[in-house]
Design a protein around this ligand. Structure first.
Ligand code: JF5
Length: 229
């Protein structure tokens, strides 16, 4: 999988080299790069923002550098490109979305700052062949830029690539769960810690009972019980 993050702060992506994702980059499972948006400006100040039409506070990212940067990504490979534009007003990122995007050959994250990217950038690439545009939010809060949101998505997506996670059993188990996460409470030794005992069922050796208990506790935690009542 090829991944590009377009940003005015490439340094934000330094932690990607760490841990499992870093190893996946070394082993060529993931080809990750950052693109500095300012490389696609043409003025001495390398301007990427301007005042909003219609007035109001803050600045808006100019469309031209984005157009040139995204076009360069399109021209650099034959692959269909999933263009992810991070914005608080996008559709919510979740496990199902991660499961879909893991099938992408090339992911390009557009990390906006200020009050966002001129809306015509999304509008333009909606009608470009070989581009699928996704305006995505990771949650109902406002960040200073899309970089941290892109890091969240990259971690959630790349851990699903076969070979990135050491133990693929943990992925299989997750896929049985509605939201794709292991939700039951977990315990390890010692069996008594500060007077708190591990639930007896887990030390019973009865694997049927254990599976039933975990399902029940998982449902309680994900509030599915409440929803289906
Ligand atoms: C951003 C305008 C982009 O704040 C976010 C965000 C929140 N959830 N998901 C993404 O992205 C940065 C802020 C303002 C455009």
């Amino acid at each position: 999988m090829k991944i590009t993050a377009i940003t005015i702060f490439p340094e934000y992506f330094a932690p990607i080299k760490l841990s499992l994702i870093g190893k996946a980059i070394e082993s060529k499972l993931i080809d990750f790069k950052t693109v500095d948006l300012r490389e696609f400006t043409h003025d001495n100040h390398r301007t990427v923002d301007d005042t909003p039409y219609g007035g109001g506070a803050g600045m808006v990212m100019k469309p031209e550098p984005w157009g040139e940067a995204i076009d360069a990504e399109l021209e650099s490979s034959e692959d269909v490109l999933d263009l992810v534009i991070l914005t608080p007003s996008g559709t919510r990122f979740n496990q199902a979305f991660a499961n879909k995007l893991v099938n992408s050959k090339k992911l390009v994250f557009a990390c906006g700052r200020y009050e966002g990217i001129d809306a015509r950038v999304a509008q333009h690439y909606e009608k470009v062949d070989g581009v699928r545009v996704h305006e995505v939010s990771i949650g109902d809060y406002v960040l200073n830029g899309g970089e941290v949101a892109a890091l969240v998505m990259i971690e959630a997506i790349t851990r699903l690539i076969p070979g990135v996670i050491g133990n693929p059993e943990s992925l299989l188990q997750e896929s049985h769960n509605e939201i794709g996460e292991v939700e039951y409470p977990v315990y390890t030794k010692p069996s008594n810690w500060r007077g708190l005992e591990v639930p007896e069922v887990l030390t019973s050796g009865n694997h049927g009972e254990i599976a039933r208990w975990r399902r029940q506790e998982g449902l309680r935690r994900s509030e599915l019980l409440r929803k289906s009542e």
